[in-house]
Design a protein around this ligand. Structure first.
Ligand code: ZN
Length: 245
């Protein structure tokens, strides 16, 4: 998707259900009220905050995706599957708008949480549109790099092989570590997604290593054979590929 890198990174954390929503924090034993910051009525899970909350639905209706989400909600029981299902069915221009709005909803939620400021539906939608527009203008204005070898994108594994992507991140002032993984087949279809929150590790490398171990155990438990594991942590990848491990 041609969207700002910070939105890509946000989407990745969202798909892993790794954002510090109040339900996520309370589930991990971090004491706090689990009520949604936006509507102040229901528990703030990922599903609620982005697809069920009346504040979110007002925004989705404003960009004409509200009914599409309501339809998916009838059969959704897993947030990650629903998110992929939602985005996969949209044409690319709407995928971009939806990704930007997801990011903007999270931003409005954080502004309310940390600054006690309400953001109107119109402003949340405008921020999503304006940020994408500004980023595209900047992209057009920038000289295109001659050598694009360094730009990496997800590549499908060979036929018959699965690929597992793993990532870890720290947030809440490094007190919480989150990691996630997703398994895809050679067609790029999502087979399984998993995420977890842990009390913080000493370093991102340790968190990445724990995530990799969890991914290996998950693949074994699921009976997956021929799995490629991909991490963006070069030190971990080098360590695993070296003869010293
Ligand atoms: Zn709510």
């Amino acid at each position: 998707m041609k969207i700002p890198p910070r939105v890509c990174s946000f989407l990745w954390r969202l798909a892993r259900q790794c954002l510090p929503t109040r339900v996520n924090l309370t589930t991990r034993g971090i004491p706090c009220d689990d009520t949604c910051v936006m509507c102040e009525s229901l528990a703030e899970s990922h599903m609620h905050l982005f697809f069920v909350c009346t504040k979110a639905m007002d925004c989705w209706d404003r960009i004409n995706l509200g009914n599409h989400i309501r339809e998916l909600l009838h059969r959704a029981n897993d947030f990650t599957i629903m998110l992929f299902d939602f985005l996969d069915r949209l044409p690319s221009y709407q995928q971009h708008a939806a990704a930007m709005l997801l990011w903007s909803l999270w931003k409005s939620r954080n502004i309310k949480l940390w600054d006690s400021l309400d953001t109107t539906t119109a402003s949340t939608v405008s921020r999503a549109k304006d940020t994408l527009h500004e980023w595209r203008c900047m992209q057009r204005a920038r000289p295109q790099p001659q050598n694009q070898d360094h730009i990496t994108s997800w590549k499908k594994p060979p036929e018959g092989v699965l690929k597992c992507n793993i990532d870890a991140a720290t947030f809440s002032h490094n007190t919480v570590t989150g990691f996630g993984m997703c398994f895809r087949n050679f067609k790029g279809q999502l087979l399984m997604g998993k995420s977890a929150l842990l009390q913080s590790f000493g370093s991102v490398l340790e968190a990445e290593a724990v995530a990799m171990l969890d991914a290996l155990l998950t693949a074994i438990a699921a009976g997956y054979h021929d799995v490629m594991f991909e991490t963006d942590n070069k030190i971990l990848a080098d360590a695993i590929n070296s003869s010293f491990v």
